[in-house]
Design a protein around this ligand. Structure first.
Ligand SMILES: [Zn+2]
Ligand SMILES: [Zn+2]
Length: 435
């Protein structure tokens, strides 16, 4: 009988009753063929591979990651709560050492959901990785976390949630934002405040294939991870870089995904996108599970695989080499870049507009991030969407007493008559209220 070298927990939640619409890429049967394939290949018969049932994320879990407008239940359906609960379970079984590694094979996805949520963006309402990371910090006293997002789309929601946080390293590899939704994730987006340097974007040219991807892993991602020394590595394992994906333009194979899983050696993988439900997902997921288990994946080959079509071009390779060089240089100089940017500043004000493609909402944000040398501090956010205008004061889990007093003063002083709702979001005490 085949035995896994690493024990792996799989949390499977295909959400067969949830879809954006019947013909949408994010629809009910997305994981149907994956389910058939995993059973057909006998993956659950391998000693050391176990299936676990998801938890259900509650309002407190979601409040740690988001300001949900107008409230949690409007933004999170039961499917969203179970999908996030799948991620929570995948963390629990790894952190309690029930298994070596875990894979939350769940939907709906989450990495485009930002701190403030007015509706669905890029198929996402609730950022399932962020819900998990906040729980890991709260329950298991973990400080340093790395999230490596290998979905084909820039993980802009996860970036937004941790942009100011030096304890969560966020690395996103994605198809160049000039050619794909959401149109962000450029090399000059590298964090704000004390988080400067801890967001690393690697935009890749269309048609990047396995070898280009491995180059980035080997020469940028792995060296940065070995410098940062996270206590836990999470892979946002989107599968829409596959050559057969209908909504993107990349050339990664199932075996390529398996090898990148092996190279990255993440503790937890969480499914994000991937819309080639029949030609890619069954093979990619099989490859990922075998690689996590430390087993041979050399026989995982898609029926439509044609090697000659998937060779990296020289021009792509030279673009990728340049990007890797630029980002490695930025990483190595992050302390000096941060010092220069923050000199003499007590807070940073920034404004942005966010478009919710699925909900058709445009949001305007005005954020003030407060800086403290002792903690990740807090920020205030004025946010107006098409339906609501809100004010939020968000306190990070490690906030110091001085910063809490300052936040409380600002919250009390703000003029409620200007807003529909004012939110107090104290993650350190799990104290959430809306007035
Ligand atoms: Zn995607
Ligand atoms: Zn502080």
């Amino acid at each position: 009988m085949l035995k896994a070298k690493n024990s792996v927990g799989i949390i499977f939640f295909p959400a067969y009753d949830w879809a954006i619409s019947p013909s949408h890429p994010e629809r009910e049967e997305r994981l149907l063929y994956t389910q058939d394939q995993i059973i057909e290949e006998g993956l659950f018969d391998i000693k050391g591979i176990h299936e676990f049932k998801p938890l259900i994320a509650g309002a407190t879990h979601i409040n740690r990651a988001h300001v949900s407008v107008p409230d949690v239940d409007t933004q999170a359906s039961i499917s969203h709560k179970i999908s996030a609960g799948g991620a929570l379970k995948s963390a629990e079984i790894v952190l309690t050492k029930e298994v070596n590694k875990s894979f939350a094979l769940v939907r709906p996805p989450g990495h485009h959901a930002r701190r403030v949520v007015h509706g669905n963006r890029g198929f996402c309402n609730i950022n399932i990785e962020a819900v998990m990371v906040e729980d890991i910090r709260k329950k298991y006293n973990v400080k340093k976390v790395a999230i490596v997002d290998t979905d084909c789309h820039h993980g802009d929601g996860t970036q937004d949630i941790y942009y100011h946080d030096p304890d969560v390293l966020f690395i996103s590899l994605h198809q160049d934002g000039r050619t794909l939704y959401p149109g962000s994730g450029f090399t000059d987006e590298f964090g704000i405040g004390r988080g400067i340097g801890y967001t690393i974007n690697v935009p890749l040219p269309p048609l990047t294939s396995d070898s280009g991807y491995f180059y980035v892993l080997e020469n940028l991602v792995l060296p940065i991870l070995s410098d940062f020394k996270p206590e836990i590595i999470i892979n946002s394992a989107g599968q829409d870089n596959h050559f057969s994906d209908p909504i993107t333009n990349m050339n990664i194979t199932a075996k390529g995904y398996a090898k990148l899983t092996e190279m990255l050696n993440a503790d937890i993988a969480v499914l994000e996108g991937g819309y080639s439900a029949e030609s890619a997902l069954p093979y990619v997921n099989t490859g990922i599970i075998l690689a996590m288990a430390g087993l041979d994946y050399s026989n995982v080959v898609e029926p439509t695989y044609n090697k000659s079509e998937l060779i990296e071009s020289d021009s792509n390779l030279s673009i990728i080499r340049e990007t890797v060089k630029e980002q490695l240089n930025r990483w190595q100089n992050r302390a000096a870049i941060q010092e220069k940017a923050l000199k003499g500043r007590e807070f940073i004000n920034s404004r942005r507009s966010v478009y919710y493609d699925e909900a058709g909402i445009t949001e305007h944000q005005n954020e003030t991030l407060f800086l403290c040398k002792d903690c990740t501090s807090f920020y205030t956010m004025e946010s107006s969407g098409d339906n609501y205008k809100i004010f939020a004061t968000v306190l990070e889990q490690n906030i110091c007493d001085n910063c809490r007093d300052k936040a409380s003063e600002i919250f009390k002083k703000n003029n409620k008559s200007n807003f529909d709702y004012s939110y107090w979001m104290d993650k350190s005490r799990d104290d959430y209220k809306r007035i």
